[in-house]
Design a protein around this ligand. Structure first.
Ligand code: BGC
Ligand code: CA
Length: 354
């Protein structure tokens, strides 16, 4: 074997290696993409109903994308168990294992800069979702994206549900004093959706010239069992005086319904509304328990994350490749659901991703 031959073989081998591993746009002679895309997903906690359904959608969409593109996509979803230090370690592991994209549902959305810093140093794009970092942190690097919704819109639509319900049935003002006595179940205090949904649901109702009287408000951290516990204590205090239950999400609204049922106060009791349009919430609407909800479209958010992730992994610019991306933010719109369209929404939710 001549030295030249050896040199050529080495060069060829190197080229092949590069083709397979380095360039994510590498193609073989049939034009097929060769690489595997590794996507790491770090959730704030995996037992959150909304986040769990988003991750489930993501898994299904990944399978579909694999079939469509013939590409292998490794999706690794990890649970931060509500600890930012756990989550930082998980992100470190994704980086050490050379993931192509990291999706983060931050435990503490105020410290996203730490994650952006690490990812930028390793040149691994980051997609934050559902828990929105401050804009300054998103702007630290052009390979950082946020996928979520417009919290204000969800609050406005929740308020609209009450306006429409009162129009259809003035008896919701049960004591006929011209005001709606309400309680407010709030999500985590530091979550953008809690503050904004609370504010805009009430503002929307009062802007329609309906007087609101707050009996109580408190956080139940998005959770059904905590929502039920809060509602039990409010039932003890205000009994039949509660006319409206506004909840920042469906799980807590369903908790309130659990408590109303226990107290035998659901029938003829307060009107309860939530946000998310989860499967359990849609079923509850169909059962005539929850009055309505606002769909926080998990599947569309998962789709946006996957699309952006794949484009970034291929070293391309999502802003040029994807219509939905305008700047570094994607906000999926909401829609209301009541018994009129709950079955349709449920069918859609249960249908395979198309
Ligand atoms: C959802 C909640 C969820 C929270 C988690 C919100 O957007 O409406 O149901 O618990 O995000 O971050
Ligand atoms: Ca009243």
């Amino acid at each position: 074997m001549t030295r030249l031959f050896l040199k050529r073989m080495t060069a060829l081998a190197l080229c092949l290696l590069l083709l397979v591993f380095a360039s994510s746009c590498a193609e073989d002679e049939t034009g097929q993409q060769l690489e595997t895309i590794k996507i790491g997903v770090a959730t704030y906690r995996s037992d959150d109903t909304f986040v769990a359904s988003l991750c489930e959608d993501l898994e299904n969409l990944v399978k579909e994308k694999e079939n469509e593109t013939g590409k292998k996509i490794i999706l690794n979803v990890v649970d931060g168990k509500n600890s930012q230090s756990n989550q930082n370690d998980q992100v470190d592991t994704f980086i050490a294992q050379s993931y192509n994209v990291i999706c983060v549902n931050p435990v503490d959305r105020t410290v996203a800069a730490v994650i952006v810093d690490k990812a930028k140093r390793a040149n691994i794009p980051v997609i934050f979702f559902n828990r929105e970092p401050v804009e300054e942190d998103i702007r630290m690097w052009d390979k950082v994206y946020y996928v979520g919704t417009d919290a204000k819109e969800s609050g406005i639509l929740e308020g609209q549900l009450i306006i429409d319900a009162l129009k259809a049935d003035p008896g919701i003002d049960r004591n006929g004093d011209g005001k709606l006595q309400y309680v407010m179940l709030e999500g985590e205090q530091a979550h953008q959706d809690s503050l904004i949904r609370t504010e805009y649901s009430v503002k929307t109702i009062t802007a329609a010239n309906i007087q609101m009287e707050k009996l109580a408000n408190d956080t139940a951290s998005w959770q059904r069992s905590l929502g039920a516990a809060k509602m039990r204590s409010w039932i003890d205090l205000y009994g039949g005086g509660i006319e409206v239950v506004l909840s920042n999400n469906d799980d807590m609204a369903l908790g309130a319904i659990d408590a109303l049922k226990e107290a035998d106060m659901l029938e003829g009791g307060p009107i309860v509304v939530g946000i998310d349009g989860t499967k359990a919430a849609l079923q509850s609407i169909l059962d005539g328990e929850l009055y309505g909800s606002v769909v926080n479209d998990a599947r569309k958010q998962a789709q946006a994350m996957l699309d952006i992730g794949c484009v970034l992994a291929a070293g391309e610019n999502p802003q040029e490749r994807l219509r939905v991306v305008n700047g570094q933010y994607v906000r999926v719109s909401h829609r209301v659901v009541t018994k009129e369209n709950a079955q349709e929404e449920l069918d859609e939710l249960l249908s395979p991703t198309e």
